[in-house]
Design a protein around this ligand. Structure first.
Ligand SMILES: Cc1cc2nc3c(=O)[nH]c(=O)nc-3n(C[C@H](O)[C@H](O)[C@H](O)COP(=O)(O)O)c2cc1C
Length: 413
């Protein structure tokens, strides 16, 4: 259990703070909500008190004997401000202490995550951008806002990321500290495939696999939080799109191949710096797709399914790799009588020619659909980095650290 301070400032998205609070308490954390007076115009203190089980105050004149403005910050393991208004970012950047939340920000020794939400004009204003840069320079994590529908009919960057995304990233910071979400992917285009392909047999049936897409989603979410421009080529994943991520939806291996080659190349105006093949792509597909549903007892009732090989997307991506581009493969391996997991993985790395291979030991259902994971990142030129068991987002953070260490500095590709 950790002690989390949830700061809430006065924007319409304050109602989503209640969902974030719920996610934190369900994960077992002790949460102290500190709203600004403005936030209480949007959500009543009773909601935050009832959901957190802790008292809610907005100013430094309550609980004076407890010296709340000092104690709350000093005792916190993590401060998350969601939503963070333009005004709150300005006051935090200026070091003001004119309410309990800003005073708490000055006394907190722990990591601080700001989750901005405001109209696009307010977000893009140089004053706000300067305040964000100041806060980041001082070590705070400021997440980029989601792009989408804003308060009125308009849309653009400025939307609060979904509470589930914020909760997942907060868990990464609790596990790894602020260093788990550096801005080391700022200005980089990363293309990630996720999910599992479906190869049709007839109009209603397909051959599929058990990949949930969770690890790919975590990679996308963490890369966006670390500043990357993220494209997610998603094969049959129902989960909501993480903030700051452009999704290209695909179904089959062939569609995934086309999308990945286009996005790794210059689609969207920029060549990818990193290409990650985390999707489970079917090695085989039915040789033919029946035009009508295959029926029991019909003259054409099948007795076997003939399969043909699908293209090897990872090998093709390696073959078409742009200068300086890193290609990262995934291997779901099990040990067998011939060799252990890492020996099989080293052989795959050599065969495929990619720069890094993320190795999952999938023996005994250790990965598919589970919320946690543990991997080893093998590099073509030798070193192996163990990323210990943790949430799939924490594992994603470990993978990005291994990748970022090998990126060519900008301008040197
Ligand atoms: C209906 C309404 C919605 C608002 N939504 C936002 C918002 O999403 N983001 C923002 O930065 N300010 C928003 N504001 C403006 C802030 O409430 C205002 O700047 C206030 O001073 C913020 O105070 P605080 O940061 O101390 O909570 C909104 C105001 C109103 C009346």
């Amino acid at each position: 259990m950790s002690r989390i301070v949830l700061g809430v400032s006065g924007g319409v998205a304050a109602y989503k703070a209640a969902l974030l609070l719920r996610a934190f308490t369900e994960a077992g954390h002790d949460v102290r909500v500190v709203p600004t007076p403005g936030a209480l115009h949007f959500v009543g203190a009773a909601t935050f008190e009832a959901l957190s089980g802790n008292p809610v105050t907005t100013d430094v004149w309550s609980d004076v004997p407890e010296v709340a403005h000092v104690r709350i910050g000093q005792n916190a393991d993590l401060v998350v401000v969601a939503p963070a208004t333009a005004d709150l970012l300005a006051r935090a950047a200026a070091g003001r202490a004119d309410d309990l939340l800003t005073a708490t920000l000055l006394t907190a020794h722990c990591p601080v995550v700001f989750v901005p939400a405001m109209h696009t004009e307010m977000w893009l204003h140089p004053a706000t951008q300067d305040n964000v840069a100041t806060l980041r320079r001082r070590g705070a994590i400021v997440l980029p806002p989601a792009v989408g529908r804003l308060t009125g009919p308009d849309s653009g960057p400025g939307r609060l990321p979904e509470p589930a995304d914020v909760a997942a990233l907060a868990a990464v910071v609790l596990e790894g500290g602020a260093a788990a979400l550096p801005r080391d992917l700022a200005g980089r285009k990363v293309v990630i495939s996720a999910g599992g392909t479906r190869e049709p047999l007839d109009p209603v049936r397909y051959l599929g696999n058990r990949s949930s897409g969770k690890q790919g989603w975590a990679l996308a979410r963490v890369a966006a939080a670390r500043g990357a421009d993220v494209v997610l080529v998603a094969a049959n994943v129902e989960a909501p799109v993480p903030f700051g991520v452009r999704v290209v939806a695909v179904e089959t291996a062939e569609q995934l191949r086309t999308a990945m080659l286009a996005e790794a190349g210059a689609a969207g105006g920029a060549t990818a710096d990193v290409v990650v093949m985390s999707a489970a792509v079917a090695d085989f597909r039915p040789a033919g797709v029946a035009a009508t549903k295959l029926k029991k007892g019909s003259a054409g009732e099948p007795t076997a399914v003939e399969l043909v090989r699908n293209p090897d997307v990872l090998t093709e991506l390696v073959g078409e790799r742009a200068p300086g581009q890193l290609v990262v493969g995934f291997a779901a391996e099990t040990g067998d009588a011939d060799a252990d997991v890492l020996t099989h993985a080293r052989a795959k790395l050599a065969r495929k020619g990619c720069d890094l291979l993320v190795v999952n030991d999938v023996s005994a259902g250790q990965v598919f659909g589970r919320p946690d994971n543990a991997v080893v990142v093998l590099a073509a030129d030798g070193p192996a980095t163990e990323v210990p068991r943790g949430s799939k987002d924490a594992v994603a953070a470990g993978i990005w650290t291994a990748v970022a260490a090998r990126l060519t500095p900008p301008g040197r590709a």
